[in-house]
Write a protein that binds this ligand. Structure first.
Ligand SMILES: Cc1ncc(COP(=O)(O)O)c(C=O)c1O
Length: 368
């Protein structure tokens, strides 16, 4: 495998390596590895950073979503309305509680779930709305909130790609009943393994999720209800605490790189991401062109790594066929045209210029 000249993301030790090593050493020296002081400290710090009253550390972003749905008593026979354009894990979390994901097509400008399609999808079995703040940009929460309120439905926010993002100035994860975050290593705040968190302003919900993540135990060996084992471990929590103070700076750098891409690519052949909300945190910089495959090949030949988020709408995945999902034609079209360009805090400004040059050069030669 050849190493790309401009990789999509860089996960080798960076500027925070000394803090991470100190964090790991501290946990190893203490000899306390599951549900201890590091998790408690990180939960407090992350709640503050996310603008929420409570955070609960769990095993992954998928589990965070699943545990929120469980705590809301959503299960077999129930439906949860969600987007067709996301990591499939969003909808898998719905199936993990035994409920049916119902897909409402996306807004073609913002790429997040279309509030009008949500309204059409609501039926007698609908128990929650699950929008995803995709690529770092919030879904249209004002409109979704109006629909949810009118139908008395809870909103569960998938914030796995949206650490520190805001929607109309409000922190994501605090608009609905709860928000789910992922700390998968490539996320804006990443661990050195899997991890996730639920944030909420509802103390009872936070307490219930704390119990559910730990087998449903109230006290040691006393299981009040059938929970699961989904705990953020002490080493990951210590690493996340060490990294958290840098998150604001990393987010600013992501925004700066996105601005540079916008400037360099303005007037070019590809559609740039729509900045519908200033609170965008650019987990991904996703551009769009009908010539997507050719563009990806050309960038690849120039040593520039790109990815597609995502090549198919979730309802087209065989894993969801059993739920007889609705066709989502807008998501299907967008999936054929999108490509994610490299964007991460360790990228150099020159890298942006190089990526843009390859995109623009190809355009000129195509036209001749
Ligand atoms: C939008 C979205 N939702 C959910 C998930 C699942 O998170 P995790 O991989 O931590 O389970 C991810 C990560 O892939 C994601 O990007």
């Amino acid at each position: 495998m050849t190493v790309p000249r401009i990789p999509f993301v860089s996960l080798t030790p960076g500027e925070d390596a000394p803090e991470i090593r100190r964090a790991i050493d501290r946990v190893v020296a203490r000899g306390w590895f599951v549900l201890g002081p590091e998790v408690e400290q990180f939960e407090q710090q992350f709640a503050t950073a996310a603008g929420a009253s409570y955070a609960v550390g769990v095993g992954s972003g998928t589990d965070a979503l699943m545990l929120i749905l469980r705590a809301l008593e959503i299960g077999p026979g129930d439906e949860v309305i969600t987007t067709p354009l996301s990591a499939a894990y969003t909808a898998l979390a719905v199936t993990m509680v035994g409920a049916r994901p119902v897909f409402a097509d996306i807004d073609p400008v913002r790429y997040t779930i279309d509030p009008e399609r949500i309204a059409e999808a609501i039926g007698p079995r609908t128990r929650a709305i699950l929008p995803v703040h995709l690529y770092g940009q919030a879904a249209d929460m004002a409109a979704i909130d109006r629909i949810a309120t009118a139908h008395n439905l809870p909103i569960v926010e998938d914030c796995c790609q949206a650490h520190l993002a805001t929607a109309g100035g409000r922190p994501v994860g605090t608009i609905g009943v709860a928000g789910a975050f992922s700390f998968y290593p490539t996320k804006n705040l990443g661990a050195l393994g899997d991890g996730g968190a639920v944030v909420t302003n509802d103390r009872l919900l936070a307490d219930r999720i704390k119990r559910l993540r730990n087998g449903g135990q109230t006290d040691r060996y006393r299981h009040q209800e059938p929970g699961c084992n989904s705990r953020l471990d002490e080493i990951q929590a210590a690493i996340l605490s060490a990294r958290l103070p840098r998150l604001r700076g990393w987010t600013d750098r992501r925004r700066d790189l996105a601005d540079r891409y916008r400037f360099a690519l303005a007037g070019g052949p590809i559609a740039l991401p729509t900045g519908c909300d200033d609170g965008h945190v650019y987990h991904l910089f996703v551009v769009r062109t009908a010539e997507r495959d050719a563009l990806q090949r050309r960038l690849g030949a120039a040593g520039i790594e790109t990815l597609v988020h995502y090549p198919f709408p979730i309802p087209r995945q065989p894993a969801f066929a059993q739920f007889a999902p609705a066709e989502c034609p807008i998501a299907a079209r967008i999936c054929d045209e999108i490509v994610s360009l490299p964007l991460h805090p360790r990228m150099e400004n020159e890298n942006v210029a190089e990526v843009a040059a390859v995109i623009l050069k190809g355009h000129v030669s195509c036209e001749r």
